[in-house]
Design a protein around this ligand. Structure first.
Ligand code: MN
Length: 298
């Protein structure tokens, strides 16, 4: 009799892809980064990777794949969960070197990388590792906030400013989607704000992202607060007036075939959930879509 692990039982690797330590012979590695010392508002996203992994067991329950993709990404590529990068809670200054080193190991082994945060600051060391391999990245950034505040502080509202200063983002090929907070300096990045998105079909937004990025090596970063708090209440800095989860997924699905080298899904802080773990469920679903985008680019 074929064994079947129900979503509520068994081990909790992302999409039940199985835990391993080494990136050897892995096509796409998934890591968690349980860090929230970069938050400026409500903390708690250190619990994000665990919550997203748990909900991913339901998202990935079907061996035919994730709706509406026409195949199972786990049949096409060897996907493994490499666990969490940890050991920096009392030493936040260790976060960047530790994450960059682990990401570099994974990329040097020939694997692609999907990361689960953690607050959004974790994208900085991840981008550093990707830029070392691919050169300055086109950033495709879903968020209610620009995260490009001009500030020497290293927090989850400034890391893309620092990435721009370091030259690891190609601003001419980068685009931010869903912004709905004051943003005095765009740094030359194209912005499709939340009001624009709400009046524009997802398909059109996806086409505009494609036009901006072209076939340049791209990194997708998805802050769960891109979604309206009705669909993602459990996050550090929610902002009303955003798109819903279906819209976000339609935009992501419209990016299939782009040259997406890596991605992260960040800012799920599960202790602010109401009933139903809807934020972590949205995070897990979007992370699965990101996995498909990385797979299709390989
Ligand atoms: Mn944000």
């Amino acid at each position: 009799m074929e064994s079947w692990n129900d979503a509520y039982s068994g081990e909790q690797s992302f999409l039940r892809t199985g835990f391993t330590k080494s990136p050897k012979d892995v096509d796409i590695a998934v890591i968690g980064i349980p860090y929230d010392l970069g938050t400026t508002g409500r903390p708690g996203s250190r619990f994000g990777p665990r919550a997203v992994r748990e909900q991913s067991l339901a998202v990935g329950e079907f061996k035919w794949g994730v709706w509406p993709w026409d195949h199972d990404v786990r049949d096409k590529h060897t996907v493994r969960d490499l666990g969490d990068v940890t050991g920096f809670t009392a030493y936040p200054e260790r976060l960047c070197p530790m994450v960059e080193q682990r990401a570099t190991e994974i990329l040097d082994a020939g694997a692609s990388l999907l990361s689960i945060g953690g607050d959004h600051f974790v994208s900085l060391p991840l981008l550093r590792a990707h830029a070392k391999k691919h050169g300055p990245m086109a950033l495709i950034h879903f968020d209610a906030h620009s995260d490009t505040w001009v500030d020497d502080d290293l927090n989850h509202g400034t890391m893309f400013y620092h990435a721009i200063q370091e030259g690891i983002i190609d601003t001419d090929r980068s685009i931010q989607i869903g912004l709905r907070t004051p943003n005095p300096d765009t740094h030359g990045i194209e912005i499709l704000n939340a009001d624009y998105c709400l009046g524009t079909p997802a398909k059109t937004v996806a086409e505009e992202i494609r036009d901006r990025v072209g076939d340049h090596p791209a990194y997708v970063t998805f802050d769960i607060d891109f979604l309206d708090p009705a669909y993602a209440p459990a996050t550090g800095t929610p902002v009303s007036g955003g798109p819903n989860a279906a819209y976000a997924r339609h935009v992501l699905q419209g990016l299939a075939g782009m040259n997406i080298k890596g991605a992260d899904q960040v800012e799920v802080a599960p202790h602010y959930e109401g009933p139903g773990q809807i934020t972590a469920l949205a995070g897990a679903t979007i992370a699965a879509d990101l996995l498909y985008l990385i797979s299709l680019a390989r």
